[in-house]
Design a protein around this ligand. Structure first.
Ligand SMILES: Cc1cc2nc3c(=O)[nH]c(=O)nc-3n(C[C@H](O)[C@H](O)[C@H](O)COP(=O)(O)O)c2cc1C
Length: 168
C-alpha cells in the first residue's frame, strides 16, 4: 500500500459538490503544491487565482461551454500561463494536476475544466483583471463530492509498451 499512488488512483472528476466550504489553510496548501510543480528551465510562468465570490463563479460558469457546475463549487481555482514562456502550457498543466492531487489528498473533489484554446479564455482573463501577458490554461472547481461518476479507462496492456512498440 502506497499513500501517493493510492491518492492518484482514487481521483475522479467531480462535478457535483456539497455546500461545504474548504478551509483557508487547505487552499493555501493547494496553492503551495501548485507553485512547486516542475517547469521548463524553472521559469514558473504562472499566476494562480482562487475564486470564492459567488457572483464571479457564476459569471465564469456562464462563460464556459462545459463548466456550468463551476457556479456550485465552493472554490474555483484558475491557472494562468505567461504566454512568452515557451513551455507555459506544459508547466501550467503540471501545476493543474498538482492542485487536483493535493485536493484529492484532503478528500476534496475537483474537475479540470479546459481553458487553453477555449473561447472563454480571454473573457475569463478580463473578468478576473489578469494582465494581458497571461492566458487562461485551466479552471479547477473544487469541493466535497456530492456525486461521482466513474468513467471507463483503457486497459494498461493497450496503452503501454516496453522497449520498442509492436502492434500485436
Ligand atoms: C485538458 C482537460 C480538459 C478538460 N475539460 C473539461 C471540461 O471542460 N469540462 C468537464 O466537465 N470536464 C473536463 N475535463 C475532465 C475530463 O472530462 C475527465 O478527466 C475525463 O472524463 C476522465 O474522467 P476522470 O477525470 O474521472 O478520470 C477535462 C480534462 C482535461 C485533462
Amino acid at each position: 500500500m502506497n499513500l501517493g499512488t493510492t491518492i492518484i488512483k482514487c481521483r475522479h472528476s467531480v462535478r457535483k459538490f456539497k455546500d461545504t466550504n474548504i478551509d483557508e489553510w487547505i487552499i493555501r496548501d493547494v496553492l503551495e503544491c501548485a507553485r512547486l510543480a516542475p517547469t521548463a528551465m524553472n521559469i514558473q510562468p504562472w499566476l494562480f487565482g482562487t475564486i470564492t465570490d459567488p457572483g464571479l463563479k457564476k459569471k465564469i460558469a456562464g462563460l464556459t461551454d462545459h463548466g456550468k457546475f463551476i457556479a456550485d463549487a465552493p472554490v474555483c481555482f484558475a491557472v494562468f500561463g505567461e504566454k512568452s514562456a515557451k513551455y507555459y502550457l506544459e508547466d501550467c498543466c503540471a501545476a493543474t494536476e498538482n492542485m487536483i492531487l493535493a485536493l484529492q489528498s484532503y478528500g476534496i473533489g475537483s474537475c479540470w475544466v479546459a481553458g487553453d484554446k477555449k473561447d472563454h479564455a480571454e473573457p475569463v482573463r478580463l473578468l478576473l483583471n489578469v494582465p494581458e501577458a497571461y492566458t487562461l490554461v485551466s479552471l479547477i472547481p473544487a469541493g466535497f463530492a456530492a456525486d461521482i461518476t466513474l468513467p471507463e479507462k483503457k486497459d494498461i496492456g493497450t496503452v503501454t509498451f516496453s522497449d520498442t512498440y509492436r502492434a500485436d
